[in-house]
Each structure stands twice: as C-alpha cells, then as structure tokens.
Design a protein. Structure first.
Length: 220
C-alpha cells in the first residue's frame, strides 16, 4: 500500500481545527481535499429547491440528510480519482454516522482506495463552543480565521485584507445542536474506527504547529 494514494479521514468536533490541519497537509504534500461542509455550502449557492432548503437546514443547525451528502460526496470523489497526479485525499466532515462510515468503506472499495488513516483531532465540548462563537471568516476570500493564538488580534483577513464576519451557522443555538449531534452520532463513528484499529487520537488543544506535528506522525 506504500505506493497507493493516502486517504486521510479527519474527525473531531466543529472548531477542532480539522480544516486548518487539512490545509497544512495539502500545502506540504499536494493532497486533494474533500470537505462535506465546503461541498454543501457550494450546493447551497445553487438557487433551486434543494439549495434553498439546505440553506435553511444549515442556518438552523440541522445537518443535511445522509443520502444528499453522500450523493454530492461520491460525485466529487469520482472527479478526484480521475486526476492524473492523484497523490492522496484529505476527508473533512465525513463520516458523521456509523452508517456513513460503512457507505464510505464501500466507496473506497469501489474506487480501489485502501491506504486509509483516521485521525481524531480531539478537543472538549467547552473548547469547541468557545472557538466557534468567536471564529470569523473573510467575506472576500472565504478564509476561516480561527479563535486561537495570534489570529485573535486580526481585524482584517491576513491574506487578502478582506472584512471579517461571523458565519450565520456559528450562533449558540446552532453550535449546541452540532455538539449534541456529535455526541449522539459521531462518537460512535470514533468507536467504529477504534475497533478497526485505524484511529489515532491527537490533542487538538495544543498550538496549531504542535497539532500538525502530531498529525504528520499519525499518517506516516
């Protein structure tokens, strides 16, 4: 499996920094990215029945149905698999249920992807709540600004100078709904991968640099 593309599944509560770690891995290793959140936000931009209903779900903190997520997800996986220089893939935001983990396993078999690593970026519920209520995004380039370290002092985007705002779905009601869902549905996914001996847990409350160091160790 050493010559096969690496498939890295990043798990963790919202606000754990999975997206930040994914960007660092992509920059260093040239991996592709498959993020359910990003794909769903792109789908919301399509002003049809599904796009508008999905926007309502997200703003209320209600997660999109599995069948819709998986449909969008597998279409994107097909595109990535067909790339000429496919080195590896970072999966962020999936699976959210044991059923989804099983579906993803079937998809990996179909696309002949076997070199799989599962990394849990672990933070407490309180830490997640604090980060999510204070993080911001750039309205110009879409960059997420985490509420950690030197990022706390930023007044404009450090990449493009764009205005920073709070995401509509980062309100206390929606955040608590996501945290409750994580406990009910995602924690069993963690146990699912733990039983398969595929899971490595990382302390996500360290600095970004230290978390990244541990993530790289986990995927080697």
């Amino acid at each position: 499996m050493q010559n096969q593309p690496k498939i890295i599944i990043l798990l963790g509560r919202s606000g754990s920094g999975k997206g930040t770690q994914a960007k660092l891995l992509i920059k260093e290793f040239g991996f592709d990215y498959l993020g359910s959140g990003k794909l769903l936000r792109e789908r919301m931009e399509v002003k049809d029945f599904t796009g508008e209903k999905l926007a309502g779900f997200v703003n209320e903190g209600v997660l999109a149905p599995t069948w819709l997520v998986f449909n969008i997800w597998t279409q994107e996986l097909e595109k990535i698999k067909n790339k000429k220089n496919f080195k590896g893939l970072i999966i962020d935001g999936s699976p959210r249920k044991v059923f989804e983990a099983e579906l993803i396993s079937y998809a990996f078999d179909w696309f002949e992807l076997k070199n799989i690593k599962v990394v849990l970026v672990d933070i407490s519920r309180q830490e997640a709540f604090d980060r999510l209520t204070k993080r911001r995004y750039c309205v110009q380039c879409g960059r997420i600004i985490p509420w950690t370290g030197s990022f706390k002092s930023l007044r404009v985007c450090d990449q493009c100078g764009g205005e920073l705002e709070t995401r509509a779905d980062d309100n206390p009601k929606a955040i608590n709904a996501r945290m409750d869902y994580y406990r009910k549905e995602v924690e069993p996914v963690i146990e699912y991968y733990k039983k398969q001996k595929k899971l490595v847990k990382i302390d996500g409350e360290q600095s970004i640099e230290d978390v990244y160091r541990d993530v790289k160790r986990a995927i080697k």
